[in-house]
Ligand binder design. Structure first.
Ligand SMILES: CC(C)(COP(=O)(O)OP(=O)(O)OC[C@H]1O[C@@H](n2cnc3c(N)ncnc32)[C@H](O)[C@@H]1OP(=O)(O)O)[C@@H](O)C(=O)NCCC(=O)NCCS
Length: 232
């Protein structure tokens, strides 16, 4: 049987990010110096800060404590984040998201594709639903009680973003090529989902949760997954 894919995740907010730069590596300093838009710079810092603390947690039982500036998150040429420890590529896959001052990071084994996303729950327009959702997703949205539509719309959107990051494509991807199927969980605030990518038939598994007005999703192509700290 396949080993369960252990995923560690962490959410932190902008107010928790240190104002100094001592926690950045020299290469990260250089990257930051090119980020001139305040929001982009703040989001980038939030993503790195959250990622580095997630890595410290991930290794908390197995290694001597890592300093934040020994951990580097650098973007590959396609924009996907990659993790380095003491200058060497780490054997961990990483995914980063930020929304409304909240950062969200997932870490997992690097033999599996991994993506995560956080979205502030807000109403989505009819044009958004018809432009980005598949026919099946649109039908489910229409059948949902109006009060629950914003959560559902952001949840489906976030799950698509997580899959698009796992595929390392981001929104270069046609979001209608990813079909999200929410699975029964018996809970109103969290559950599993399945996703299929119509371009090559790949399938993904994921989890979602909603808390404090934000939806978070994680997607991976591993057959099994276990997530630590998802709803904390
Ligand atoms: C990935 C993408 C969908 C995320 O957009 P978003 O919803 O605005 O933002 P989120 O906060 O959820 O995610 C942003 C993070 O996605 C990650 N990301 C970016 N491109 C990625 C890719 N191709 N694959 C996986 N993850 C990616 C980054 O870590 C980024 O945060 P960071 O730049 O601060 O490290 C979007 O950035 C995208 O489509 N990127 C690809 C196309 C592009 O414009 N590339 C330019 C760089 S080459």
């Amino acid at each position: 049987m396949d080993e369960v894919h252990q995923i560690t995740c962490l959410s932190l907010s902008t107010s928790e990010v240190s104002g100094d730069d001592g926690w950045l590596s020299p290469v990260e300093h250089a990257v930051q110096s090119k980020l001139h838009l305040p929001k982009r710079r703040a989001d980038w810092r939030l993503g790195r800060w959250t990622a580095k603390h997630a890595v410290q947690r991930h290794y908390s039982e197995s290694k001597t404590p890592l300093l934040l500036n020994q951990i580097e998150v650098l973007a590959a040429s396609d924009g996907a984040p990659e993790l380095f420890i003491n200058g060497r590529r780490a054997e961990l896959a990483i995914s980063i998201s930020h929304s409304g001052g909240h950062g969200f990071v997932a870490l997992g084994a690097n033999q599996h594709a991994l993506g995560c996303d956080i979205e502030k729950v807000e109403p989505r327009s009819p044009a958004f639903i018809s432009d980005y959702f598949t026919e099946t997703e649109q039908a489910i949205y229409r059948e949902t009680e109006a009060a629950h539509q914003p959560v559902l719309a952001n949840l489906i959107w976030s799950a698509k973003e997580s899959v698009s990051k796992a595929l390392r494509q981001g929104l270069r991807l046609d979001t209608r090529s990813v079909q999200i199927e929410l699975l029964e969980s018996g809970r109103p605030d969290a559950g599993p989902f399945r996703a299929s990518f119509s371009m090559d038939g790949q399938s993904f598994r994921g989890r979602w949760c909603v808390s404090h007005g934000f939806v978070r999703t994680i997607a991976t192509n591993s057959p099994t997954l276990n997530i630590r700290h998802f709803q904390s």
